[in-house]
Write a protein that binds this ligand. Structure first.
Ligand code: DLZ
Length: 162
């Protein structure tokens, strides 16, 4: 399916592993809280739907998306989570700041994902407009939080299968 038509919330539930007994960390940026709160809700509810116990979901906030890298690394170091979902939303402004935050955060999370003992799931929306973000946090294009939760469970299973 073309990505422009892809709904972030659509997946085959039969392909998602049961998350009972797995512990998931979610690190959420406070910037654009209307969007990140909805992404968090999507991720949280999808984890519950697939068997993760609410007591096994650790949610921590950080001030902005740039802090997701440190927050995710700390979550991995200080807890026993099986995966971390990093949730943020950057909206393009008038200056190149958008590009630096997106690049720094994305490279930091990618590097952490490569080095860490557990998978780090990329839940960062990088949007030109607020409408694009709203479309992707429970609007016309579904909720990227749902997608992140499914990805986390699949990656934990991936690791356990090795
Ligand atoms: C400074 C800033 C700006 C301009 N825009 C956003 C944004 O759209 N989304 C977001 O998550 N964070 C933004 N920030 C804050 C930075 O991510 C970071 O928190 C600060 O630069 C302090 O390190």
């Amino acid at each position: 399916m073309a990505s422009a038509l892809h709904n972030l919330s659509s997946y085959d539930p039969a392909t998602v592993p049961d998350g009972n007994g797995w512990q998931i960390g979610i690190v959420v940026s406070e910037w654009n809280e209307e969007v990140t709160g909805a992404l968090l809700e999507g991720a949280y509810n999808t984890l519950l739907k697939h068997g993760v116990d609410k007591d096994d979901i650790i949610v921590k906030t950080v001030p902005g998306s740039f802090e997701l890298v440190y927050g995710s690394a700390a979550m991995i170091e200080d807890t026993a989570v099986d995966a971390v979902i990093a949730i943020g939303c950057v909206i393009r402004g008038d200056t190149p700041h958008f590009d630096y935050i997106c690049q720094g955060t994305t490279q930091g999370l990618a590097e952490l994902n490569r080095q860490a003992e557990v998978p780090v799931i990329y839940g960062l929306l990088t949007c030109n407009t607020m409408q694009q973000a709203l479309d992707r946090c429970g609007g016309a294009l579904g909720n990227k939080g749902d997608e992140c939760a499914v990805t986390a469970l699949k990656m934990i299973q991936f690791r356990q299968d090795l």
